[in-house]
Ligand binder design. Structure first.
Ligand code: FES
Ligand code: FES
Length: 176
């Protein structure tokens, strides 16, 4: 008797992650978050809620901030993904990583990769955001530890220190 359940088979899927072309075998509906963490070993993106509410799994996909727990990997085929691991070249820290450290914007760290990517996405569009714009830019990312003030100060401090936005980085396409 024929099994009426739809049998999914794995597909070869190519995508660019942190500037590197990657080809993986995955089920089309596998979550991008799982592919990044389990197949590519990029554990920076964290699973908080698993249902699009907390932002701890945030990554950039073709420059847009997305919750990777909600993205089927097939949807990411052919796109350019940036995770927290690819935000700064080599062992150096991104300006936002420095200011999060200095301002106490990272405590338990679960929200931090997503927060920093959301902040980078914000500063890329809005180099000198107001406090309200920072709050709005980070509104999809929840933090249970900091009370948010240190995070907002870290983003504001990065905006203050940010050099004139004349160059984009090759890997991320972000300005800083
Ligand atoms: S784990 Fe993806 S939004 Fe919470
Ligand atoms: S630092 Fe713990 S959730 Fe934000």
């Amino acid at each position: 008797m024929t099994d009426s359940r739809v049998r999914q088979t794995q597909s070869d899927i190519s995508l660019t992650v942190n500037g590197e072309r990657r080809k993986i075998s995955a089920y089309p509906m596998e979550r991008l978050l799982d592919v990044l963490r389990l197949k590519l070993g990029l554990t920076g993106a964290k699973e908080g809620c698993g249902e699009g509410e907390c932002g701890s799994c945030s990554v950039l996909m073709d420059g847009a901030l997305v919750n990777s727990c909600l993205v089927p990997v097939l949807q990411a085929a052919g796109t350019k993904i940036v995770t927290i691991e690819g935000l700064a070249p080599g062992d150096s820290l991104h300006l936002l990583q420095e200011t999060f450290l200095e301002c106490g914007g990272a405590q338990c760290g679960i929200c931090t990769p997503g927060m920093i990517l959301a902040a980078a996405h914000l500063l890329n569009r809005k180099p000198k955001p107001t406090t309200d714009e920072i709050r709005e830019g980070l509104s999809g990312n929840l933090c249970r530890c900091t009370g948010y003030n240190q995070i907002i100060e870290a983003v504001a401090e990065a905006a203050r220190r940010r050099p004139a936005p004349t160059t984009t980085t090759g890997t991320t396409g972000l300005i800083i």
